[in-house]
Design a protein around this ligand. Structure first.
Ligand code: XMP
Length: 326
C-alpha cells in the first residue's frame, strides 16, 4: 500500500545504494519539488549533500532573498547561491522559439552545475568521479510531458528532462520521478519541510524565461516581473492562494496595441493572466476569479507598469491549452 512512510523508506534506501559515500549536488530552485527531493536526499546521506541555488536572472521579484531566508531558517541544509544571470541571458539572446529557449535554459543549468561541481572539488578535494551525483526534483508529469512516458508525445521539454544536453556528465538522482505533486507535498510534510515551502504554488524551472513571449531581454523581464508581483500580491490579499493552483503572468513582447492614458496615446504591450485550477497539472481549468479582483489587478498593472496598457484573461482549459504559454 502507498503511504508516505513507505515511499520515504524505499527512496532513502535507494539513494544510499546509488550514491554510497560520494558527495551529492542538488539543484535547488526554491520550489516544492526540488525542496522535497533535497530533504529526501538529506535524510538519506546527510552532509554529503550540498545544494546550489542558481539565480538565472529569470526569477520573480524578491524570490532569491525569500529562498535564501527560508532555507537558512528552516531546512538545516547547506545552500550556496550562485549568480548566473549573465550566462543565461546571454544564451537566450535572439531566441524566440519556445523549444529553443527551453533547451538553452536546460543546457545552461547543467553548465552552471558543472561549475558548482568544480567549486566543490576545489573545496573538498577529490575528482569528478567522486562528485558526480546531481539531485533533481523531476516529477512524473515532467517525464510524461517531455515525451519520456510510454507512447507519449513531446509536448514541451521540461528543463530537467528534455532540456538536458547529450553529453551530461552527471549521474542523476531523481527520487520523485514516479510521483505527482500532491504526493510530493505529503512526503515533504512528513519530512518536516516547512509549510511555506510545501504549500508554494508551482513555478517552472525556466522561470520568467518562458513567460516572456518573444525575446527574453532584461527590459522585458523587468516589465513582466513588476506585473507578476502585483498580480501575486493581489491574489494573496484576496485569500485565494490555496484555491488557485497557480497564476502565470505572461508578457506578449511582440504584440502592441493602442491605448489612451490621460490625454495621450499609448502603444504598449499586453499582459495575460492565466489563473488555473488543477489537481496535478496534467489537466487544468481556468479559475473563475472574482471580477473585483481582476479589476484591481488590471488597474494596478496598467497604472504602475508603464509599458503595459492592456490586461487580458486566458479562459482556456488544459487541454487544449497548456498551463504555461511556452
Ligand atoms: P504545462 O505548461 O506543461 O505545465 O501545462 C504543467 C506544469 O508544469 C510546470 N512547468 C514546468 N516545471 N520545469 C518545471 O519545473 C519546466 O520546464 C516546466 N514547464 C512547465 C508549469 O508551471 C505547470 O505547473
Amino acid at each position: 500500500t502507498w503511504t508516505t512512510g513507505n515511499v520515504i523508506e524505499e527512496q532513502v534506501e535507494r539513494i544510499r545504494e546509488q550514491v554510497g559515500d560520494a558527495q551529492v549536488i542538488c539543484a535547488l530552485s526554491g520550489g516544492v519539488d526540488s525542496s522535497v527531493a533535497a530533504a529526501l536526499v538529506h535524510e538519506a546521506v546527510g552532509d554529503q549533500l550540498t545544494c546550489f541555488f542558481i539565480d538565472h536572472g529569470l526569477l520573480r521579484q524578491g524570490e532569491r532573498e525569500q529562498v535564501e531566508q527560508d532555507y537558512a531558517e528552516t531546512m538545516g541544509i547547506r545552500v550556496v547561491t550562485i549568480d548566473e544571470s549573465d550566462r543565461f541571458l546571454g544564451a537566450l539572446e535572439g531566441l524566440t522559439d519556445p523549444e529553443l529557449k527551453r533547451k538553452a535554459i536546460g543546457r545552461e543549468f547543467i553548465r552552471s552545475f558543472e561549475d558548482a561541481q568544480r567549486t566543490l572539488i576545489a573545496e573538498l578535494g577529490g575528482s569528478g568521479e567522486d562528485i558526480k551525483f546531481l539531485v533533481q526534483g523531476t516529477l512524473y508529469p515532467d517525464v510524461v510531458e517531455s515525451g519520456g512516458g510510454e507512447g507519449a508525445a513531446n509536448i514541451k521539454s521540461h528543463h530537467n528532462v528534455g532540456g538536458l544536453p547529450e553529453d551530461l556528465k552527471f549521474d542523476l538522482v531523481e527520487p520523485l520521478r514516479t510521483l505527482f505533486k500532491d504526493e510530493v507535498r505529503a512526503i515533504g510534510r512528513q519530512l518536516g519541510v516547512p509549510e511555506k515551502i510545501v504549500a508554494r504554488q508551482p513555478f517552472p524551472g525556466p522561470g520568467l524565461g518562458i513567460r516572456v513571449i518573444g525575446e527574453v531581454t532584461r527590459e522585458n523581464l523587468e516589465v513582466l516581473r513588476a506585473a507578476d508581483a502585483i498580480a501575486r500580491a493581489e491574489l494573496t490579499r484576496a485569500g485565494l492562494d490555496e484555491e488557485v493552483w497557480q497564476m502565470p503572468v505572461v508578457l506578449l513582447s511582440q504584440v502592441r496595441s493602442v491605448g489612451v492614458q490621460g490625454d495621450g496615446r499609448t502603444y504598449g504591450h499586453p499582459i495575460v493572466l492565466r489563473p488555473v485550477s488543477s489537481e496535478d497539472a496534467m489537466t487544468a481549468d481556468w479559475s473563475r476569479l472574482p471580477y473585483d479582483l481582476l479589476a484591481r489587478i488590471s488597474n494596478r498593472i496598467t497604472n504602475e507598469v508603464q509599458e503595459v496598457n492592456r490586461v487580458v484573461l486566458d479562459v482556456t482549459s488544459k487541454p487544449p491549452g497548456t498551463i504555461e504559454w511556452e
